[in-house]
Design a protein around this ligand. Structure first.
Ligand SMILES: CC(C)(COP(=O)(O)OP(=O)(O)OC[C@H]1O[C@@H](n2cnc3c(N)ncnc32)[C@H](O)[C@@H]1OP(=O)(O)O)[C@@H](O)C(=O)NCCC(=O)NCCS
Length: 177
């Protein structure tokens, strides 16, 4: 359970923000690139638009992760070079990886970008010799659960009182082989 505690401690409560009116973005092409600390400010801004429930990664957490050799992270960019998605996983020493966060800008959702980022990340994890991915998701986050289930993840445990506001989570895992 140590890894659960580590991930939990990365999520610091922040003031919830107002929801925004979402107008779907014009069609564009997308590319996936590794994330670097040069993009941390854009990443923090996008993250705040993706997670509106009052628990969020801070700039310090992202800066730490972007400099951590065990962290694998990618961004989704538009043709114009704007960041519209991100994904992070931490490699464990036992051949498993922990998907710590994924987010897609609201105006670019439901275009397959979350699935693409996840597939890309899993491919890189396989190349690095990792065989299992685990993640936690709020029981109320049925959107993310649908994405993960479609990608082959299965719920293996309910984590009671997992989040700061007392909400339960689901532990989901996928074998990459
Ligand atoms: C979860 C999230 C990353 C999905 O990104 P996305 O690019 O919209 O996902 P995709 O377009 O690849 O969707 C893949 C599948 O997930 C499911 N899905 C995605 N959004 C859905 C929604 N709003 N309602 C129901 N199912 C949904 C569908 O099965 C979808 O396949 P389909 O469009 O062929 O039906 C995005 O909604 C997001 O950033 N949410 C806020 C951050 C978050 O909750 N992250 C996860 C934390 S654990």
């Amino acid at each position: 359970m140590a890894v659960f505690q580590t991930i939990k401690e990365m999520l610091l409560p922040v003031r919830p923000v107002m929801t925004e009116t979402v107008i779907p973005a014009p069609q564009t092409s997308y590319s996936i690139e590794p994330l670097t600390s040069k993009s941390v400010r854009e990443l923090v801004r996008l993250n705040a638009r993706c997670f509106l429930n009052g628990e969020n990664y801070t700039k310090a957490t992202f800066t730490y992760l972007l400099n951590d050799p065990e962290t694998v992270s990618y961004q989704m960019l538009t043709e114009a070079g704007a960041m519209v998605g991100f994904i992070f996983a931490i490699r464990n020493t036992n051949g498993t990886a922990h998907l710590t966060t994924i987010g897609i800008a609201p105006e670019h959702r439901r275009r397959g970008l979350g699935s693409e980022l996840l597939k890309h990340l899993e491919g890189r994890l396989v190349e690095k010799g990792l065989s299992i991915v685990a993640l936690e998701v709020r029981v109320s986050n049925t959107t993310a659960q649908a994405l993960y289930q479609m990608a082959g993840y299965a719920c293996v445990q309910r984590l009671e009182n997992y989040y700061h506001n007392g909400e339960d989570g689901f532990l989901m895992t996928k074998s990459l082989y």
